[in-house]
Design a protein around this ligand. Structure first.
Ligand code: G6P
Ligand code: MG
Length: 223
């Protein structure tokens, strides 16, 4: 029986995924002279700040060229740039259908948690006026292994006191869907069906993400 919904943030609740990419694109060109493309955008989605940097450096086998301290400085530089991009975010930046969906979930007595890899998640939720909507927000800073590992989704389920098999996770990233599946939850993808083929159910955009659709998909998976 489904008792809880666990949401990713960037690219599901608000369209910040492209702003992360914009910041990485800037850093890669500015600091390493590397041009990163759309294909890299998909691969970066959902990854922690440091895992994203390592992935970009790996393009030209530059991972060993920088010390841990330098890498931390580089991620801080990216984050400062990203923070400027999100500085004027407001509830108008919530993706279509999400406010109604969160209200419907809460109104139907399901529990609601956030499982974002972003250390900016709380600030963003506050800017979107959604901070109070969640029963639990999993803290990315205390999670040892980032997505695609299950840790953040398991932490969210634990925070809600709900067993993972009673949770539905919602994600826009391949690594995020893998994280949900590794946590043994029902995975809902938002985006390209071919990319998110490991999900149990995929919608192309947030407008199509409704409670009846998700429950129907979950029911269908039982037969
Ligand atoms: C999200 C995004 C990633 C981002 C990660 C860490 O999951 O999808 O692109 O790298 O969070 O975000 P942060 O805001 O902590 O740098
Ligand atoms: Mg995402």
């Amino acid at each position: 029986m489904i008792k809880a919904f666990i949401f990713d943030l960037d690219g599901v609740i608000t369209d910040t995924a492209h702003l992360h990419f914009k910041a990485w694109k800037w850093l890669a060109s500015e600091k390493f002279g590397i041009v990163i493309d759309e294909n890299m955008h998909e691969q970066l989605k959902g990854l922690s700040r440091m895992d994203s940097l390592e992935k970009i450096l790996a393009i030209h086998h530059l991972n060993q060229k920088y010390t841990v301290k330098e890498k931390v400085e580089l991620t801080t530089t990216k984050n400062l740039y990203y923070r400027k991009l999100i500085s004027d975010i407001t509830p108008r930046d919530i993706l279509p259908g999400i406010v109604e969906l969160l209200e419907e979930i809460k109104g139907s007595s399901y529990k609601l948690a956030l499982a974002s890899a972003s250390k900016n998640a709380i600030a963003i939720l506050k800017s979107l006026d959604l901070f109070q909507s969640f029963d639990f927000i999993a803290d990315a800073a205390i999670v040892k292994k980032g997505k695609p590992a299950p840790d953040i989704y398991l932490l969210a389920a634990k925070g809600l006191s709900v067993a993972p098999e009673n949770c539905i996770g919602i994600e826009d990233a391949v690594s995020g869907i893998q994280s949900i599946k590794h946590a043994h939850m029902f995975a809902v993808g938002v985006g390209d069906k071919r990319l998110l083929h490991e999900a149990d159910y995929v919608v192309s955009k947030t407008e199509a993400l409704t409670l009846p659709n998700m429950m129907q998909a979950w029911n269908n998976s039982l037969v």
